[in-house]
Design a protein around this ligand. Structure first.
Ligand SMILES: Cc1cc2nc3c(=O)[nH]c(=O)nc-3n(C[C@H](O)[C@H](O)[C@H](O)COP(=O)(O)OP(=O)(O)OC[C@H]3O[C@@H](n4cnc5c(N)ncnc54)[C@H](O)[C@@H]3O)c2cc1C
Length: 430
């Protein structure tokens, strides 16, 4: 089996990259060991975060750090047994969370975020999946007037500098819009521009079908068999050996494993996150994606029920799951919205693939001609998959990249500089 490009990994990032390459006239084989959009791109919260220029930073407040270390938080939790293995990545992440570095990341996010929604809508239209999109923006709710005021002040700074719209809703407006949320809430910051989807896995599956329908080849295979025996790259699949001149590594949180085998070391860590579904109690309804800003959890309507997702668990990718973070989130969520019984016996666990500066790697793998990277989309891989898929395909096909690709080069780590204002945000939703 021969094609121009092998794309390894059929998550939102790999599928989107494969589609953009196909559109630019390349023959593409998309390889995954499982179902398309069956991993991180299945279990996320499904928000197209077209407002998210400010990255989720490493907690810099000592109180937050301590409570995260002691396992007392829902938005951030450390698994102590993983600490020796993840300490170097955590340190790099902490360094990249300085005000100067955060501003650099925010500026680099702007061109990607600005296109994110339009790129999805374009693919949704082609894939016949537009019906999965839900308008109405999303809400960040607070219990105290003070917390709400602080959240509004941060949102106003971001609006003034980056043009991201928001509305501040008082308790009455919130009750009118979402009558079944807790009456104890002081109000919410409403972000009107982002959209949610009914089920992120369904969106990925629709894009994978589009890829096959437009002539792409989707096969099951193990990316770790990648080799370069005679100048071209090849990988073993259920349909035999697949070979190509060029390869894209889009393995999400598994990308570092493959690159390590090829002698390339990347500072890819993970922030794990859980989800669990519930029936809504009685006649309760939830119309929007809701971030509990005080506790760092998300409740969102999903085709399976109300999906509850947690913030970041700092642990090695493959450490056994624990229920403490999702159970604690469930306790808080039950006070936020009337949830009935759980809809499945076990919580889902996934891993956000994170580079220390919270920007993806989109470009050539240095020193490995023909090998390209598209991974490390952290909290925003569902949002950004179609956009970085375009950017990489433009680079690989000598098209004019829609933005300067320099901030997303894999070779970028180790730089410093910048300056400006602070917009720290805890590692909460997404
Ligand atoms: C709880 C949670 C909530 C989130 N919410 C949001 C959100 O609301 N909005 C948003 O934009 N982002 C969100 N994210 C982040 C987003 O889900 C990820 O950034 C995104 O899914 C990463 O996509 P990907 O394609 O890079 O990786 P993946 O979806 O993980 O795809 C990688 C693929 O590689 C395959 N693979 C791995 N190893 C091999 C191998 N050896 N051989 C072959 N195939 C292999 C896997 O099977 C998988 O299909 C959330 C993440 C979590 C955990």
């Amino acid at each position: 089996m021969r094609s121009d490009v092998l794309v390894l990994g059929a998550g939102m990032v790999g599928i989107s990259t494969a589609l953009h390459l196909l559109e630019r006239g390349r023959s593409v084989t998309l390889v995954d060991r499982g179902l398309p959009a069956g991993e991180t791109s299945f279990g996320n919260s499904g928000l197209i975060q077209s407002e998210a220029v400010i990255p989720y930073t490493f907690p810099r407040n000592v109180g937050v750090l301590l409570s995260a270390a002691l396992g007392r938080r829902i938005d951030a939790r450390l698994r102590w047994a993983s600490l020796p293995a993840i300490a170097p990545w955590l340190l790099a992440y902490a360094r990249a969370s300085s005000p100067e570095a955060v501003r650099r990341t925010a500026l680099a996010n702007v061109p990607l975020i600005a296109r994110a929604r339009a790129e999805h809508e374009r693919l949704m239209d082609r894939a016949g999946a537009r019906h999965l999109l839900r308008e109405g923006g999303y809400l960040r709710v607070n219990r105290s007037a003070l917390a709400l005021e602080e959240a509004a002040a941060v949102a106003a700074r971001v609006r003034d500098e980056f043009g991201i719209a928001f509305d501040a809703w008082d308790a009455d407006r919130l009750r009118a819009e979402e009558p079944h949320l807790s009456p104890a809430l002081a109000g919410a910051i409403h972000m009107p521009e982002p959209a949610r989807v009914e089920d992120p896995g369904d969106v990925g599956t629709a894009y994978a079908r589009l890829f096959e329908g437009e002539g792409g080849t989707l096969v099951r295979g193990d990316a770790t068999t990648l080799s370069q025996p005679d100048g071209s790259w090849s990988v073993e699949t259920e349909q035999g050996t697949a070979a190509a001149r060029e390869v894209v590594v889009a393995l999400g949180p598994w990308s570092g494993d493959l690159l390590r085998r090829l002698g390339v070391s990347v500072p890819l860590g993970v922030k794990r996150g859980y989800h669990r579904h519930f029936r809504a109690a009685g006649n309760a309804t939830l119309g929007r994606f809701v971030v509990d800003d005080d506790h760092g959890l998300v409740l969102t309507p999903n085709k399976r029920g109300i999906r509850l997702t947690t913030g970041a668990e700092f642990a090695t990718r493959d450490a056994p799951p624990t229920v403490r973070q999702i159970d604690a989130a469930e306790g808080v969520a039950r006070g936020l919205f009337p949830l009935a019984d759980r809809l499945e016996p076990r919580a889902w666990l996934g891993a956000r693939p994170c580079l220390p500066d919270m920007l993806p790697a989109v470009g050539p793998v240095p020193g490995r001609p023909g090998l390209w990277a598209n991974f490390g989309h952290h909290h925003l891989g569902f949002t950004l998959g179609p956009t970085t898929g375009r950017l990489l395909a433009e680079r690989m096909t000598d098209g004019e990249p829609f933005t300067d690709p320099a901030p997303y080069e894999l070779a970028r780590f180790g730089g410093s500089g910048g300056g400006g204002r602070t917009y720290h945000r805890a590692p909460r939703n997404g």
